[in-house]
Design a protein around this ligand. Structure first.
Ligand SMILES: NC(=O)c1ccc[n+]([C@@H]2O[C@H](COP(=O)([O-])OP(=O)(O)OC[C@H]3O[C@@H](n4cnc5c(N)ncnc54)[C@H](OP(=O)(O)O)[C@@H]3O)[C@@H](O)[C@H]2O)c1
Length: 341
């Protein structure tokens, strides 16, 4: 073994010159140091550092606007922001669910006010945006949570994606988010404070076959949000893309939490505690991956490379098999439905 190493050293020196070995040694040491620093950064940011105190974005009694507020992650943002003393403006599709949540918030937190605005983002109806603009005209909105989102019903090849599903994903995830932000951000910029959170996803971090349209929509939000953050920094408005892997919800269709899959409650608690902590998302500017296991995964895939071919094919294989299972489940349910008739 030692003779093999000596032979290799002699060959490198004779081919590349006498400085090649010291140069390679320095390169090796710097690489090890860089890996060590990244590991320290990941541990500090995910397990030790706390995020910005939310009071920086608005005093008690200022408002938080949450889209997709009636269920899952959005419902948790609404509940936890109310617990922190913000009044809550709930925007979502189903009026009855919004009204129930508003009552729950007001009964839990006596001094908290709520308003609800039912709207279907898929309709992209300008009258809805006009109603929202009128409603928030005199509100001090400190926090905007762009949470509303839609994914594919089940993983599907792009060529078989229906026009409706494609349009809904783009209209809800992208158009809705951009339009609401244009209504809310000017007030924040004028007040020189505010926080805009937008729900990203590992689907936007990694190109995700069989969820191609969803993946592209979340990648769009990643670039848009980071660019917007740079623009609004000078106005004192903080903009953060929030990256999550799987979280139990109606959308993910995962019911049972695990170490890798938190509940919305655990995910949102982690998120509100890590605002502005850069290292959680492998150093990506304007981005947090707040839940610790997702953060470690983010560091891992970034080290491999987000366009890594092996990861891409693994993702494809996983979604092909999820699709097979989902189609079988549909068949079973259809058969049971027929029997029931
Ligand atoms: N769950 C995950 O594993 C995961 C992972 C990464 C990122 N995300 C992102 O997190 C966000 C929230 O996801 P979730 O899992 O909490 O979803 P969810 O449980 O399905 O809740 C979605 C919320 O959005 C509302 N909504 C859906 N379509 C709407 C429309 N057309 N117009 C108005 N409101 C609409 C729903 O209202 P109704 O109650 O009326 O249906 C509901 O309040 C999404 O942006 C998603 O992409 C989720």
């Amino acid at each position: 073994m030692a003779s093999l190493v000596n032979e290799a050293v002699a060959k490198i020196s004779s081919t590349l010159g006498p400085f090649a070995i010291p140069a390679l040694a320095v390169f090796g040491a710097l690489s090890v140091l860089s890996i060590g620093l990244k590991a320290v950064n990941a541990i500090l940011s995910l397990f030790i550092l706390s995020g910005t105190n939310l009071r920086k974005f608005g005093p008690k009694g200022s408002w938080a606007l949450v889209t997709g507020a009636s269920d899952g992650i959005g419902k948790e943002f609404s509940l936890q922001l109310a617990a922190k003393g913000f009044n809550i403006l709930l925007v979502s599709r189903t009026e009855s669910k919004l009204a129930t949540l508003a009552t729950e918030i007001e009964s839990k937190y006596a001094s908290t006010q709520t308003k609800i605005l039912p709207m279907d983002f898929a309709a992209n109806d300008s009258a809805d945006y006009d109603r929202l603009a009128a409603l928030i005209k005199d509100f001090d909105i400190a926090i905007l949570v762009n949470n509303v989102g839609k994914s594919h019903d089940i993983p599907v090849p792009f060529l078989e994606t229906t026009h409706k599903e494609m349009n809904d994903i783009i209209t809800i995830n992208i158009t809705g988010t951009l339009k609401v932000t244009q209504l809310v951000a000017p007030g924040m910029a004028a007040r020189k404070r505010g926080l805009i959170l937008t729900m990203g996803s590992f689907g936007g971090l990694l190109p995700t076959p069989f969820l191609a349209t969803y993946s592209g929509s979340k990648a769009f939000l990643q670039y848009w949000s980071t660019a917007l953050g740079a623009e609004l920094k000078r106005d004192g408005v903080e903009v953060q893309l929030v990256v999550g892997y799987l979280i139990t919800s109606a959308m993910s269709k995962v019911r049972k939490p695990s170490m890798m899959i938190p509940t919305p409650k655990g995910f949102v608690k982690a998120c509100l505690g890590k605002i502005g902590v850069k290292g959680t998302a492998a150093g990506m500017e304007g981005t947090i991956t707040p839940y610790w296991a997702h953060g470690l995964m983010h560091w891992g895939v970034t080290a491999l490379g987000i366009f890594n071919g092996t990861v891409l094919m693994k993702n494809l294989g996983m979604n092909v098999s999820i699709r097979k299972r989902a189609l079988k489940k549909r068949e079973r349910e259809a058969a049971q439905g027929k029997k029931g008739l």
